[in-house]
Design a protein around this ligand. Structure first.
Ligand SMILES: CC(C)(COP(=O)(O)OP(=O)(O)OC[C@H]1O[C@@H](n2cnc3c(N)ncnc32)[C@H](O)[C@@H]1OP(=O)(O)O)[C@@H](O)C(=O)NCCC(=O)NCCS
Length: 190
């Protein structure tokens, strides 16, 4: 496996480490009901987050890797971004016909700084420039206006509304589907 290492102006993206620090960081994200509000799962406990990191590392080792679940760190937090504590989570899932889906989840304490745009921009770079993706898509809860803004700013186009896309706690919610094609990618990192 070639470990992913991406660097933007303020952020870096790396593989997860199976360390207490990375587990705590992931739990800080996935254990927070405000953060998971528009995500397709309920808040997770710390043990589940530790298991998730095991799974992410197994996925990373797959001979034909099609799932990238990655830790986002701040460059200012350590000389080597590999040593910094994650502040966000990024994901990229490859599908058929050179398509992929991206996702990003930031801790509440770092919302509102434009970090999501930088993360999504780095995932575009990984997709279009390194992995040969042709179509990159994202699904966003119809009420998640902040995430929709992030995608539109990067050039993603709205394709339509996916009705009853998720069911949480017995309540259905709709999503908007966005996409960006390789020849629409301008190279901006948010
Ligand atoms: C949604 C999320 C990714 C946004 O990330 P972020 O780095 O805070 O986003 P930004 O700072 O770039 O803000 C995006 C824009 O949305 C705006 N915004 C923030 N909250 C908003 C809200 N509730 N309604 C409307 N717009 C909002 C911001 O003002 C900003 O617009 P501007 O640049 O024109 O001022 C982040 O809040 C998050 O991780 N939430 C939890 C997980 C999640 O929902 N992930 C996305 C799943 S699709």
């Amino acid at each position: 496996m070639v470990p992913v290492r991406l660097t933007g102006p303020r952020l870096a993206i790396r593989e997860y480490h199976h360390t207490a620090g990375d587990v705590d960081a992931l739990y800080g994200l996935f254990g927070d009901p405000e953060v998971t509000r528009y995500l397709p799962f309920e808040p997770r406990d710390r043990e589940t987050c530790a298991d998730q990191i095991e799974l992410y590392l197994e996925e990373a080792m797959a001979p034909e890797r099609d799932t990238y679940r990655l830790a986002v760190t701040r460059r200012e937090d350590a000389e080597d971004p590999a040593d910094a504590t994650p502040i966000a989570h990024a994901s990229l899932t490859l599908g058929n016909h050179r398509s992929a889906h991206l996702g990003y989840v930031l801790g509440r304490d770092v919302w509102g700084r434009g970090y999501a745009g930088e993360i999504a921009g780095l995932l575009c770079e990984l997709s279009f420039e390194a992995l040969g993706v042709h179509r990159l898509a994202a699904r966003v809860d119809v009420d998640n206006a902040a995430s929709a803004k992030v995608l539109l700013r990067l050039g993603f186009q709205l394709e339509g509304r996916v009705r009853h896309d998720l069911c949480k706690g017995g309540v259905w919610s709709d999503s908007y589907l966005y996409s960006l094609l390789a020849d629409e990618w301008t190279g901006a990192t948010g």
